[in-house]
Design a protein around this ligand. Structure first.
Ligand SMILES: Cc1cc2nc3c(=O)[nH]c(=O)nc-3n(C[C@H](O)[C@H](O)[C@H](O)COP(=O)(O)OP(=O)(O)OC[C@H]3O[C@@H](n4cnc5c(N)ncnc54)[C@H](O)[C@@H]3O)c2cc1C
Ligand code: SF4
Ligand code: SF4
Length: 440
């Protein structure tokens, strides 16, 4: 059982762009923040994206400076490979129980030299590359990871000891145990972000079964210069795809699968990827099938027009099924909505499903905040206090509160940080513990 060992002003759960921004906004005002990230690196979805709409700026070039700033900030303590197990109100604040998962590597002494990865004989599909590339059983999460520290995947390790032999700092600890720590905080910000709609929700599209039906995060990695192939190739045979289709609303706006809402970013990320494909493969034909295009943000409508001007075919059509044929090519059966519902079939080298966004985390059993009907965290005062949850002192921002793009996530992070700072001032939490206790 853990002792109460630490005290911070705020706990931020989730180290994506939203969590980092909220932590920085609080840290800049002098509040001490504990930022908890379940993965071995901060950065969230954004650090794995290729470019961002509508500017086509390099995503990791924007994200990695925020990652570095968060991890070096005097008022921010970043803890990766950790998960919050419980947050309970106590006095004016909260007690959080946090599990620091076993990394099997001593973080303080690992120097990120990669010598262990080079000798490890075990290849494992790499989650960061959506399992299109491989990593070793001991690995540094990716080239832009922060911290640049190794983590050992005990599920796949064969305990050959090769990594231990070459490690210059003797920091590999095969018998490391997870640790439970407790900390007291005055405010909590939930920024746990998104998963994409599981492919199994739309089995008729063959995602996860057909090699050349791809998820959109995989396409982000394939388009990235540091991605698994270094250029755009299709997974089944490494061929350059010359006929590609996008299927919109593949897991959004669909009551039959319990996801009735619009995921807001899928039209834009699909248009972005389609346009970039036209840049990367000179003779590629890209067709995007949609119910209607939702391009709601600043400069987004212009971006949509540009995409069509640069040769992407945008067709109003509802895709019914996707089937695999010879050569692992895929056939899309589509009902053309502007042509009286006429059904056509077209054969493609590759199909990308524009999957929707679902919450990555549910508070249930960890912190007593209610969820909305759509599964994202409820924000009962959304119009005036968008970051307020149903529990006073716990705030939410970014996709944890509902689907949104990066600019909106950043704005919400600032709002949540402001709300948390206001609360810390009101309850007198920010002063030294003894002074705060005397004030009550
Ligand atoms: C394919 C695709 C392309 C996109 N392209 C663009 C684009 O070009 N432009 C744009 O504006 N938007 C784009 N988006 C949307 C963008 O990804 C999101 O707006 C953004 O990532 C939201 O950031 P976030 O921090 O809220 O969530 P996330 O990026 O999901 O970060 C959440 C973090 O919390 C961590 N976490 C989750 N649960 C826990 C837990 N229990 N404990 C601790 N940590 C936890 C996660 O590991 C993750 O690091 C795209 C989305 C997709 C799917
Ligand atoms: S675990 Fe050892 S060998 Fe591996 S990166 Fe860290 S210091 Fe280098
Ligand atoms: S002990 Fe495990 S992690 Fe280390 S080299 Fe062998 S298989 Fe890889």
């Amino acid at each position: 059982m853990a002792d109460i060992r630490t005290r911070y002003d705020a706990l931020v759960i989730g180290g994506g762009i939203t969590g980092m921004q909220a932590a920085l906004d609080l840290g800049e005002q002098g509040y001490d923040v504990l930022l908890i990230e379940k993965y071995a690196s901060i950065g969230g979805i954004m650090v794995g994206l290729n470019k961002v709409f509508p500017t086509l700026d390099c995503s990791s070039c924007i994200c990695t400076p925020r990652m570095a700033e968060s991890s070096h900030h005097a008022h921010i303590q970043v803890q990766t490979w950790a998960e919050v197990r419980q947050v309970e109100p106590e006095g004016d604040g909260f007690v959080a129980r946090i599990e620091r998962k076993a990394r099997y590597v001593d973080e303080d002494t690992c120097i990120g030299c990669s010598k262990c990865e080079l000798v490890c004989p075990v290849d494992v599909p790499h989650e960061f590359d959506q399992c299109l590339g491989a990593r070793r059983a001991i690995y540094i999460p990716h080239g832009n990871a922060i911290p640049q520290k190794a983590v050992l995947d005990v599920e796949h390790c064969i305990f050959c000891g090769k990594c231990e032999k070459v490690c210059p700092t003797e920091c590999i600890v095969f018998d490391q145990e997870p640790e439970m720590v407790e900390t007291r905080v005055g405010a909590v910000i939930v920024a746990t972000g998104l998963d994409i709609t599981p492919m199994g929700k739309k089995p008729e599209y063959g995602g996860g079964r057909f090699l050349n039906v791809m998820n959109p995060l995989a396409m982000e990695r394939v388009q990235s210069s540091n991605g698994p192939y270094g250029r755009v190739l299709r997974p089944s045979d490494g061929k350059i795809p010359r006929k590609i289709a996008y299927v919109q609303c593949a897991g959004s706006r669909d009551r039959s699968i319990g996801i009735p809402y619009c995921s807001r970013v899928c039209c834009m990320y699909a248009l972005k990827q389609a346009l970039l494909l036209r840049h990367y493969i000179h003779d590629v034909e890209v067709t995007l099938y949609h119910m209607d295009i939702r391009a709601f943000g600043k400069g987004y409508e212009q971006f949509y027009r540009r995409t069509m001007n640069e040769g992407v075919r945008v067709i109003k059509g509802k895709v019914a099924t996707i089937n695999e044929v010879e050569n692992n090519d895929v056939v899309v059966r589509v009902e053309l909505l502007d042509e009286g519902g006429r059904v056509e079939e077209h054969r493609y080298d590759l199909v990308v499903l524009a999957q929707g966004l679902v919450p990555a985390w549910h508070a249930h059993g960890v912190v007593a905040c209610a969820e909305a009907d759509d599964g994202f965290m409820a924000t009962p005062e959304a119009k005036i206090n968008p970051s307020y949850t149903t529990l006073v002192g716990v705030y939410v921002a970014g996709v944890a509160a509902g689907p949104k793009d990066i600019p909106d996530a950043i704005v919400e992070a600032g709002e949540a940080a402001m709300a948390a700072a206001g609360r810390l001032q009101r309850i007198g939490w920010h002063r030294a513990p003894a002074a705060a206790a005397a004030a009550h």
